[in-house]
Design a protein around this ligand. Structure first.
Ligand code: FES
Length: 166
């Protein structure tokens, strides 16, 4: 029994680490920051370069937080311990659509291309709009300073549909 528990814990830690690395690699800002640190030999000064984000929760509450360029919106929700029920269930592995966020059109145009994998998950999101994206795939950059991200009324978690639970 202890072995099973240990294996489960190891799998959870591995999934979290995989998610963290995958997000870092998928973020253009993360690449740029990494490239800068390689070319200068210095670590990027992330704390000097924060980006402000306004989340609007399901009940209309506006929550203003800051994140570092290269962080995904899921990273910010986790780091700031924001209480968005069910948000980020797959920890950024593109296996759910619980990180669905809705943006203003001008912000949406700055978010970069949508991958086929993200589009597949977005298709399953509750309340999909023309300006919907998955928060785990959106990475902060200075051009997104002051952006507004709306949390939809409800979430759909495809993983629960697949295993028959609701
Ligand atoms: S957290 Fe599951 S797809 Fe973004």
């Amino acid at each position: 029994m202890a072995l099973v528990t240990a294996v489960r814990r190891l799998a959870q830690v591995s999934l979290r680490e995989y998610s963290r690395r995958r997000t870092a690699v998928s973020c253009w800002g993360g690449w740029q920051a990494a490239e800068r640190s390689f070319s200068t030999g210095l670590q990027p000064l992330r704390s000097d370069n924060k980006v402000m984000v306004h989340f609007v929760n399901r009940d209309g509450e506006k929550i203003t937080v800051k994140g570092s360029p290269g962080d995904s919106l899921l990273d910010i929700v986790i780091n700031e311990d924001l209480d968005f029920d069910g948000f980020g269930a797959c920890e950024g592995t593109l296996a759910c659509s619980t990180c669905h966020l809705i943006f203003d059109e001008d912000v949406y145009k700055k978010l970069g291309p949508v991958t086929d994998e993200e589009m597949d998950m977005l298709d399953l999101a509750y309340g999909l709009t023309e300006t919907s994206r998955l928060g785990c795939q959106i990475c902060l950059s200075k051009s997104l300073e002051g952006m507004v991200a709306r949390v939809p009324e409800s979430v759909t978690d495809i993983r629960q549909s697949k295993d028959g639970s609701s």
